[in-house]
Design a binder for this molecule. Structure first.
Ligand code: NAD
Length: 407
């Protein structure tokens, strides 16, 4: 037993602590939400085994929970989280995964996690061995890594940066430490930085995973795979879509086309649905990865105010449900845009929402920020990621931090 009182220690877009009971409660709420959908449980329906790479937080977690607790699929996740050590709690993703595993075991479901660097041969091989021993062929691979760096198999270290290309970016942003709007200026990326970001956040590693699974004969007939992208509004284009990360996303999107050619050759034995590889363009949500992106935090604070007013502000788990139910689950056929992508960002990208944001953006300042944006909501969502400010959790009590990853 190792019970301690845990206080939030949030520094800008970093949290130095996470709360095990808060993270567990967060997972319970998401599972409850998924169950309320009454998705077709039962493993004979063609979604028996799901591999999720980047399974412990954000979009990977939302989809992993939907697959396990909505469809009864056996989920094997891969993530890179800090384990608890002594008085130091583990990272939020550790406790999220632990709670998902514990609840799955109680319900005779399977949610297991391999913790380590998904870019490495070592973790890839461990995952392959685990699939061979415990799972069998994989029906769906969800690729949801968001990482700052990648050590590739050749010993190169690549770093991902958030920079514009060709031109300096000058504009508004939100300083999470000072909690105020500031002007920022970001120099354009070098060619090495553009390549580095593509190596980390592009499709190379996704392709390596799929090719390895295929080589090992571990993809079921009709196997499907998906990776996540983002497009977003005009005001973030210079930094996001036309910047280093956007270039990486274009590489990811092109990788889907390459993988699709191979996977679309077979179909699922039970449902008859054809395999394939897709990109799902998701909405902006607060995650560890997105809160690190300059400008996007300010945009999200405005967006969430508008979407909450319309009751259209979906969570990662809502998007995970939609992704499976409407596109990738057995008997579902992905509905695609003109570029062949699944779109889950429709509420965010609705013309009237974007039009209002475009009107607000030039006039937003520290004087009217409280009225035009919902910063308290953003801040709470951020605290929630680490298990803080969750209602029903008594933060005055010591809490067990030494929790095993898998039950
Ligand atoms: P996140 O930070 O919540 O999750 C990242 C996941 O990757 C975690 O499970 C983490 O443990 C894992 N991870 C990171 N490095 C790893 C490594 N080396 N080995 C193994 N696991 C590792 O991020 P997110 O925002 O959910 O992003 C996931 C994907 O969704 C990204 O491709 C992102 O661009 C995309 N996306 C995000 C948003 C958004 O607003 N957050 C919107 C659209 C698309």
């Amino acid at each position: 037993m190792a019970e301690f009182l845990i206080e939030p220690r949030i520094r800008g877009f970093i949290s130095l602590t996470s709360h095990p009971a808060g993270c567990a409660k967060n997972i319970d709420l998401q599972i409850e939400r998924i169950r309320s959908e009454n998705l077709p449980m039962g493993q004979k329906n063609g979604l028996q085994n799901v591999l999720v790479i980047g399974s412990s937080t954000g979009y990977g977690l939302g989809a992993a929970l939907a697959a396990c607790f909505g469809y009864g699929a056996n989920v094997l996740g891969v993530c890179f989280e800090r384990k608890p050590e002594g008085e130091k709690p583990g990272s939020a993703g550790w406790y999220n995964s632990a709670r998902a595993s514990e609840t799955a075991a109680q319900d005779n479901l399977i949610f297991q996690t391999i913790n380590g660097d998904a870019f490495s041969d070592d973790i890839k091989n461990q995952t392959i061995e685990s699939i061979k021993k415990e799972y069998g062929k994989i029906d769906l691979v969800i690729y949801s890594l968001a990482a700052p760096r990648r050590n590739d198999a050749q010993g190169n270290v690549w770093n991902s940066v958030l920079k514009p290309i060709d031109q300096r970016y000058e504009g508004k942003s939100f300083d999470l430490r000072k909690e105020s709007i500031t002007d920022i200026s970001i120099e354009p990326a070098t060619a090495d930085e553009i390549l580095g970001t593509q190596k980390v956040m592009g499709g190379e590693d996704w392709q390596e995973w799929i090719e390895l699974l295929a080589e090992q004969n571990l993809l079921a007939d009709g196997a499907r795979t998906v990776a996540f992208s983002y497009i977003g509004p005009e005001i973030t284009q210079a930094l996001y879509r036309n910047g280093t990360i956007g270039e990486a996303k274009k590489h990811l999107e092109n990788t889907a086309i390459v993988l699709d050619k191979v996977l679309s050759q077979t179909s699922n034995n039970i449902t008859g649905t054809v395999g394939g590889a897709w990109i799902s363009v998701n909405k902006a949500v607060v995650t560890q990865a997105s809160s690190a992106i300059p400008v996007v935090g300010l945009y999200m604070s405005i967006l969430f105010r508008l979407l909450n007013e319309r009751n259209e502000n979906e969570s990662t788990c809502d998007q995970g449900i939609r992704l499976l139910r409407d596109h990738l689950a057995p008997h579902s056929e992905p509905r695609l845009d003109e570029a062949g992508r699944i779109r889950l960002d429709d509420f965010e990208m609705a013309d009237d929402v974007q039009h209002t944001i475009a009107e607000i953006w030039p006039m937003i300042s520290n004087n009217n920020f409280a009225d035009l944006a919902d910063w308290p909501y953003f801040k709470k969502e951020f605290a929630n990621l680490f298990g803080f400010e969750i209602s029903g959790v008594d933060y005055s009590l010591p809490v067990e931090v030494d929790i095993p990853l898998n039950s």
